[in-house]
Design a protein around this ligand. Structure first.
Ligand code: C2O
Ligand code: CU
Length: 473
């Protein structure tokens, strides 16, 4: 009885908040002008004391003789033709959504010239999950001004960490990602940690309200693979909500999460993998002698990837086990543990669309100093799942619900929290700048689940707000 009452109360609260979230206008929430780099007196002291204040704009990739890989991406409002011949409105990079797959090699210098053809609201490109200098992070009003129609901006960074990443506009991101301004970024390793014969990257996307696309196609995707071949399949969830992905027809390993390899991952089967918004999971499997492998979403049948020919495999039970990274793979000492010394600890309590009861620039930033070790405890109190994403850093997931992880170390740029979950994460402040930390359900971010991790002494000449037209969420 009592628990029923609580349930009803919770439901009512969630409903009210949902109404609140959905009535918030896209930029109605932005004041004239906010300085995302000015929240602390430490910083003032620093900049007044002169000497050690540095602008994000001056934090660039130093010259080197790394091999250069250049790309041009042109953002435009256009139409795309789906397989069914249906024409749908889309905002595209180089005429397609997703835009071209950018493949580079670990250590390459990536140079991308972005041109905005005709998107009046302006665009940027954020390199999701990539550790790069502050000025290249693509956050309008923080690391650059939005790129207006007819304008260009060139991004330049060294791809230090191999793995599966993606790119998307960070201007009005909840809207622009949904309209199609996304693409895959794959950084191939200099040396493979795992053997595979085929390497595919697949992005799951909802375009507009109704199109569920798998690498831009309706009705799922067919990929070539022959019996005995080993396939690395890089799954990218560009949609806001968690996708429960099943692998039918083969046993498999989860070899990488958010671009970072796992240590000695076990071979498993019949488990649903929950991939939160913005997250990447790479799986590895060997094609069976006769028949297909299907990797598919539990909820959305257009998000099905079929590999190989032959008979269709038996599907997973809806009630199959849920993949648990907290006990998966083999431990490996890296010196980062829950009981080590931390220079700063922070607590974030998540509601349906708020952090510590606050929203946007009202949420005090996490302040760090270069070199410090930082622990953040994140608790999800109420609401839909939150894939919390940090820019510019790789963190380690230390504990879940008070228990240290017992499998492979997990390094990531996001952590997916369901209601009731508590995680502790740790990172070293080793990339000076002003960095966003937000929910990658971009509707939640737009409703206020978005804050900053700011280094002491780093400033920005850019401003968020209606005056500049820079709207990062
Ligand atoms: Cu895909 Cu601010 O993130
Ligand atoms: Cu969220």
């Amino acid at each position: 009885m009592r628990s029923n009452l609580i349930q009803v109360r919770n439901m009512a609260r969630t409903l009210l908040l949902l109404i609140f979230i959905s009535t918030m206008g896209a930029c109605g929430k932005y004041p004239d002008e906010i300085n995302m780099g000015a929240h602390t007196h430490h910083q003032k002291e620093n900049s007044m004391g002169g000497g050690n204040a540095v602008s994000c704009s001056n934090l660039t990739e130093p010259p080197s003789n790394a091999p250069v890989k250049s790309f041009d991406l042109t953002a435009a409002k256009t139409f795309v033709r789906l397989k069914s011949e249906k024409m749908v409105k889309a905002w595209t990079f180089n005429g397609t959504t997703p835009g071209p797959e950018l493949r580079v090699r670990e250590g390459d210098r990536v140079v991308v010239k972005l041109t905005n053809k005709n998107i009046e609201e302006g665009v940027t490109i954020h390199w999701h999950g990539v550790v790069l200098p502050c000025s290249q992070d693509g956050v309008p009003g923080v690391t650059q001004d939005v790129v207006r129609p007819g304008e260009q901006y060139t991004y330049e960074f060294v791809a230090k960490h191999p793995g599966t990443y993606w790119y998307h506009s960070h201007q009005l991101s909840s809207e622009q990602v949904k309209r199609g301004l996304i693409g895959r970024l794959i950084v191939e390793p200099k040396e493979k940690t795992f053997h595979y014969d085929r390497d595919y990257a697949v992005i799951l996307q909802r375009l507009g309200e109704n199109e569920y696309l798998t690498n831009g196609q309706e009705g799922g995707l067919k990929l070539e693979a022959t019996p005995g071949e080993t396939v690395r399949l890089r799954l990218i969830n560009a949609y806001n909500r968690v996708q429960w992905m099943g692998v039918a027809g083969a046993s498999f390993q989860v070899v990488s999460i958010d671009g970072h390899d796992l240590n000695e991952p076990d071979v498993i089967q019949n488990e649903w993998i929950p991939i939160g918004g913005g997250q990447r999971y790479d799986i590895l499997f060997t094609m069976p002698d006769n028949g297909q492998v299907r990797v598919y979403s539990k909820k959305q049948k257009d998000w099905t990837i079929s590999l190989g020919k032959g008979r269709a495999p038996k599907k997973l039970s809806k009630h199959a086990k849920i993949f648990d990274f907290t006990t998966y793979g083999t431990p490996k000492e890296d010196g980062i543990s829950p009981d080590m010394h931390f220079d700063r600890t922070y607590d974030l309590v998540l509601g349906p669309a708020d952090i510590n009861g606050k929203r946007f620039h009202d949420i005090p930033p996490i302040i760090v100093k270069e070199g410090e070790w930082v622990k953040v405890r994140i608790e999800h109190k109420l609401g839909a799942e939150h894939p919390m994403h940090l820019h510019g850093h790789i963190f380690k997931i230390l504990t879940k619900n008070g228990k240290p992880l017992s499998g492979s170390p997990i390094y990531a740029d996001s952590v997916l929290l369901f209601q009731g979950d508590v995680y502790e994460i740790a990172f070293q402040a080793n990339n000076p700048g002003l960095w966003m930390e937000h929910c990658h359900n971009l509707n939640h971010a737009a409703a206020g689940m978005s804050m900053m991790v700011n280094y002491e002494g780093v400033t920005t000449p850019f401003r968020v707000g209606t005056k500049s037209g820079n709207f990062p969420d």
